[in-house]
Design a protein around this ligand. Structure first.
Ligand code: SAH
Length: 264
């Protein structure tokens, strides 16, 4: 479908995190991470010249793309004529997706711009009610962090908040030499599938706050990090307050939030 003669290749811009994938089999494998269950729309973030997009367009699903770079958008319009009405030329982090999706469910996919990858995940988490599936490529270390369990060195805010709502799978590693220009780091592809029941049995806002506060000082005990919440001595005597955040599972963070809720 792509006719690469229609326009010159896009020149990679560093400040937009542009590293174009030039391995078709990796692109196909990323597109194939989608289960296509529970949604009719997929949104690709940062399509660039469409290496992944063209495999999405072959699937029985409606593909939208959101791209901040005008030069890439021009390239896509020239090479993927059918896609043109579903190209959103915006900054994913600032755009209200419901201007297009109007509350309908969608999957999110991409070979993401690594400079804003955590922010992309946080925004997707905020929209979790609408996003049954999320997959794609990150910096390997970020993909590992999102999927890691308690006790791991890289376990952190992203791991807990993501796994509270999604089952996270690290799928495979991609080396730098399949990109142009090559990034300095390995990449990792993951898939998140929303849990059947993704409503937490605690105050969700408080849960986010507690997790963030706890990991702000990851070497300190929960008791220490949550000082400013002015919790009762009785509550703080609970053994969970003597632990460090990286020792707590998602379920324990939920339990901790429930305890705090009952105390304040
Ligand atoms: N998916 C393509 C390009 C990956 S590079 C490929 O695999 O080859 C990351 C892409 O994200 C670039 O095209 C860049 O312009 C785009 N991008 C960067 N920041 C963005 C933002 N805030 N919103 C939407 N797209 C963004």
């Amino acid at each position: 479908m792509a006719q690469h003669s229609n326009q010159h290749q896009v020149k990679a811009k560093k400040h937009l995190g542009q590293h174009f994938l030039n391995d078709e089999s990796v692109a196909q494998k990323i597109a194939d991470t989608l289960s296509l269950k529970g949604y009719k729309n997929v949104l690709e973030i940062g399509p660039g010249m469409g290496v992944l997009t063209k495999y999405l367009l072959k699937k029985d699903i409606t593909t939208y793309v959101i791209e901040i770079d005008t030069e890439s958008v021009e390239y896509l319009k020239a090479n993927y004529l059918n896609l043109a009405p579903r190209i959103i030329e915006k900054d994913f982090l600032k755009y209200d997706l419901n201007e297009v999706f109007k509350g309908e469910p969608l999957a999110i996919i991409g070979n993401y711009p690594y400079n804003i990858s955590s922010q992309i995940v946080f925004k997707a988490l905020e929209m979790r009610h609408q996003i049954p599936e999320f997959s794609g490529m990150f910096q390997k270390e970020v993909a590992q962090r999102i999927c890691s369990k308690e006790g791991s060195k890289v376990y952190g805010i992203l791991s807990v908040l993501t796994q509270a709502f999604y089952d996270a799978e690290y799928l495979f590693t991609v080396p730098p030499n399949v990109f142009n220009p090559p990034p300095k780091v390995d990449s990792g592809v993951l898939r998140l599938r929303r849990k059947e029941n993704f409503t937490l049995p605690c105050d969700e806002k408080l849960f986010f706050k507690v997790v963030k506060m706890a990991f702000q000082q990851r070497r300190k005990t929960i008791r220490n990090s949550l000082k400013t919440l002015n919790l009762s001595d009785n509550l703080k005597a609970n053994s969970i307050f003597g632990k460090r955040p990286e020792q707590l599972s998602v379920a324990e963070f939920v339990a901790l939030t429930q305890l705090i809720e009952a105390d304040i």
